[in-house]
Design a protein around this ligand. Structure first.
Ligand SMILES: Cc1ncc(COP(=O)(O)O)c(C=O)c1O
Length: 497
């Protein structure tokens, strides 16, 4: 991973030629990468039947545009592929009230990773029985919320947490309620990212109970002996953006082994195996994710074979896709501002200096931290028009005070892109809005759901008044600031158009 300190000048992070050769058509929308409804109409990008210039005019930029049919189609696709298993939408990828309702209506379960994600889902009316709560440091308050709401599963992550939960569960049982249903999160010693997986001996990370040290078995035994808890099964999550099934298969082998150990130690046959999320998506045209149906078939076969080998009944499977449901259907629209050609040390064609155009947009790492945080790769297109101009080597950057504030590291854009043009970055539905910040006091963008020609704002743009309300001085709560100040006028959206 690239590491760089905050500050004004830390260039040279990538080779100038990392963009490869320019594609024949710079405006093409690869169906692997763009939402199902993305199309060019008279050169302009349309999403869900709406022209991007209209969306930008009505809602401002930066703007997350979510293709409802794409999102729901992927959720339904996972449910169909894993028919007979439980598909939990990992809501950390992107959650709001409307998404919680879609997921509820479409029959999926939902994972929450904090008390507040759980509260949001409950407030949106999501059925408590279909919610699981994750987290490596669940507080007493979060556990009490989960127990009181009667959620379906609490995924236990530490011995501390087991002891924290027991009094709450016991109180529920004493007042006539059912034991609290839990899973044990096992760390199986496999960490998978993208194309490869590695098996780690020491499992040096914060999540779960180690299988290798015997902690996972000890935790299962502890829970089984506690009458106020009901151990439903085992959970394992091995990583993210995984493009093959080998890591899942290795994990399945190990967790089924744990089911066998639990039976041997306690006589209990556990009925559930949750293999987590991590299914990869295409951020770039060359990415090649596995279809949910293929993953499902492979996992079913592996679990069945492992169970047969141990003479165990096949447990009910569960999976937790987040990115693969939310990621591909959303696009971020930005307006281009400053364009700065920067001469690179390396030279291009003989006698021609190689120039990279730094194309600055009106958002950045506050609405998409993934490039800076994980060195993630994205692609984007000129969205309001197509152009026949020659390709220019570009880097799309935000407006934050960080040289690592990069959205798309290396790509080709038409050389006539100019201030006021719209750029659309593909596949920003997962871990972008949900990781958004107010760095440099930029405001979190709205999310607009588009479908068959209609656009509905499902999350409104944060306002400066929202942000000022938190500030003791500006909101008049400080001892020496008797009168609340008025928020300054907001920076107008779309300054060039
Ligand atoms: C326990 C668990 N389940 C599911 C997910 C969702 O992963 P993804 O969005 O890659 O499918 C995560 C992501 O970190 C996770 O930690």
């Amino acid at each position: 991973m690239r590491a760089h300190p905050a500050g004004p000048l830390h260039g040279g992070l990538a080779q100038p030629t990392a963009a490869g050769a320019p594609p024949a058509d710079l405006g093409v929308l690869d169906p692997q990468v763009w939402p199902g409804s993305a199309e060019r109409v008279d050169g302009e990008l349309h999403l869900g039947g709406r022209a991007v210039t209209d969306l930008a005019r009505e809602h401002g930029t930066p703007l997350f545009v979510l293709d409802e049919a794409d999102f729901r189609g992927r959720a339904a696709g996972f449910a169909a592929a894993f028919d007979g298993a439980d598909v939990h939408y990992a809501s950390k990828a992107f959650l709001c009230g409307q998404v919680a309702r879609w997921i509820a209506e479409d029959g999926l379960h939902l994972d929450a990773c904090s008390g507040n994600e759980l509260s949001l889902a409950l407030a949106a009316g999501f059925p408590a029985q279909r919610i699981a709560l994750h987290g490596n440091n669940k507080s007493l308050v979060e556990l009490a919320l989960a127990v009181d709401a009667g959620i379906g599963r609490i995924v236990l992550d530490s011995f501390d947490e087991i002891e924290r939960l027991i009094p709450l569960a016991a109180a529920r049982v004493e007042s006539g309620g059912a034991p609290v249903a839990v899973l044990i999160r096992a760390t199986v010693g496999i960490e998978a990212h993208t194309h490869e997986f590695i098996a780690t001996a020491h499992e040096d990370q914060k999540f779960g109970f180690s299988l290798a040290t015997g902690d996972a078995l000890a935790a299962a035994v502890r829970v089984i002996r506690e009458p106020a808890l009901a151990l439903a099964g085992i959970h394992s999550h091995i990583g993210s953006q995984i493009f093959d099934t080998a890591g899942f298969e290795a994990a399945a082998h190990r967790v089924v082994g744990l089911l066998g150990q639990v039976r041997q130690a306690t006589g209990e046959v556990l009925g559930e195996l949750n293999l987590g999320g991590g299914f990869g998506i295409a951020y770039l045209a060359e990415d090649d994710p596995v279809a949910p149906a293929d993953v499902a078939a492979r996992l079913r076969a592996v679990v069945a074979a492992e169970c047969a080998a141990l003479d165990l009944p096949v447990p009910r499977l569960a999976v937790e896709p987040g990115r693969a449901v939310a990621g591909p259907g959303t696009v971020t629209l930005y307006e281009i501002g400053t364009i700065k050609p920067v001469r690179l040390g390396a030279s291009g064609a003989p006698g021609t200096p190689l120039v990279r155009n730094y194309v600055s947009v009106d958002g950045g790492m506050s609405d998409n931290i993934r490039t800076a945080l994980y060195d993630a790769s994205y692609t984007c297109v000129l969205a309001n028009r197509t152009s026949d101009a020659a390709p220019a080597l570009c880097r799309v950057v935000g407006k934050h005070c960080e040289s690592g504030d990069i959205l798309v590291r290396d790509l080709w854009l038409p050389s006539d892109v100019q201030a006021g043009d719209l750029l659309a970055v593909a596949a920003t539905g997962a871990y972008c809005w949900s990781m958004a910040s107010n760095y440099n006091y930029l405001l979190k963008p709205p999310v607009v759901a588009v479908r068959e020609g209609t656009a509905t704002e499902i999350v409104r743009r944060q306002t400066l008044a929202d942000v000022f309300a938190l500030d003791a001085v500006l909101a008049g709560r400080a001892a020496d600031s008797p009168a609340p100040s008025q928020p300054a006028p907001e920076h107008p959206v779309g300054v060039h158009s």
